[in-house]
Design a protein around this ligand. Sequence first.
Ligand code: C2O
Ligand code: CU
Ligand code: CU
Length: 555
Amino acid sequence: MTTKTDNKRRQFLQYSAVGAAASFFPQILLAQAKQVKSYATANFHPDVEIEFTTSKAFVPIFQQGPKTDVFQYSARVLKGPQNTLQTLKDNYLGPILKLNKGQKVRVFFNNKLDEPSVIHWHGLHVPQRSDGHPMYAIQPGEQFVYEFEVKNRAGTSFYHSHTHERTATQVYKGLAGLIQISDDEEQKLDLPSGEYDVPMVLQDRTFDNRNQLRYLRGMRSRMMGFLGEEILVNGKPNMRFDVKTRAYRLRVLNGSNSRIYKLGWQDGTPLIAIGTDAGLLEKPVTKPYIMLAPGERVELWLDFSGRKLGSELVMYSLPHSGTMPMMYERMHGGGRMGMGMMGRMGGGGMGMMSSGIPQGSQFKIASFRISQKVSDSPELPDRLVSIPRLTEKDVNNRNNPIPIALRMMPMMSPRLNGMSFAMNRVIPLEEVELGSIKKIKIFHEQMGHMGRGGMGMMGGGMGGMGGMMAMAHPIHLHGQQYQVSSRKMTGPRLDDYATVSEGFITEGWKDTVLVMPGEEVEIIKPFQDYKGLFLYHCHNLEHEDLGMMRQFYVG
Ligand code: C2O
Ligand code: CU
Ligand code: CU
């Protein structure tokens, strides 16, 4: 029988080829972090200055009953265009932050909670010090100053808390908001704007009968991730958009802790994507449905021209399977068995069961009611923006991709390359030369790679507990966006995979990619412009807080 120590030892030997001891040098960076934390730098000349404050608040989420106790970002513009911020009324979501490429931005962040906090600008390519690494979390009453230049292309991103072991709970309580970036290339396209450019932040939440947020408890439910009983769109339940008979640009962000959506229309109308994480696509892509995992964004072109006044179109999350461990899906039915559950549900409570809408079930996201006829509508452009395609020729580690091995095992926190997050650790394979472009391979450890044969009874073969526990992980890398160069399904759950496989968009830029059980995804990522520590982690926020996070040191 294989013991834990043997496993550990094997693990150690596996990585010892690249260095017997982990590097501790980022300690120096940690020390620097303490010194720079609370003042603006004199040689940075911002075009935009904003003050962000996080505090407790009560907001009316429901039309009836008590207000909900939340955490909230509020903000105001101190310098620069007033329309940099668009506040959402009566909402826990932070204001929409609208920036332009090339702007220099300074943010004064005040923490008025009674716990530490830090803001991360997910999707933005900014220096380490302004990236919201948990080492920069500030205590109650303190201020942190972020400074960065907007280098991103036009697209949709979001900001959220990234506090050590508190990301899931702080985001759940409300610490998130949308970012929209614009640039000249986008402006020339004349896409739907103003009221026709609509945000759609998807989140699931569970409330008690006093309208207060309830979160999950216990290690086992955290392993499966939080799944709520209600779907909120832009912070509100039962969302209905009143639309005109014309085209819209819809910016969809999955801001849920761990729910995965399969976006589709009830009447089978295909979806047209014009953008992915943090950027427009080269040209529109048509899909029968689109998978959207936590942290991912997709921009849709919705054209209601020719629809009947008063008619309604419903966007669903369609049934699917294969994102959860086999055991879980057997208990809940999963999408493949066609079991659709909606609304508030009784409290499961059987270990792996959570009381929320099961992952993979069908449920309603929002409805769109045609409420006004208009005579003209913009046309969908055939070409959007130009995207240089990164290939194997651009990378300097073609035959030696950086591995990100995903591990889920019973009674153990989920891991990356066998390791949990440690604030001051980087192993040699996580050291990347500044300016390089790397091939990175993301795969499930137990599904026939490093696990097979090497892990004894824990992971060997696919019948092992490791394979049984495998679930989909949305893998996010901080810093610059990457491109997906290949997706390969090698695992046994092919029927499940068929329920999701047409919903992945591999064209365009990404910063978060869903890796299904048995799937191997290769990406190509540039590490340019900034030195320092940049996180990579599972964007299932429960997994992130359980330590399924590591960091690259770019230097
Ligand atoms: Cu959206 Cu490191 O996170
Ligand atoms: Cu991020
Ligand atoms: Cu995960």
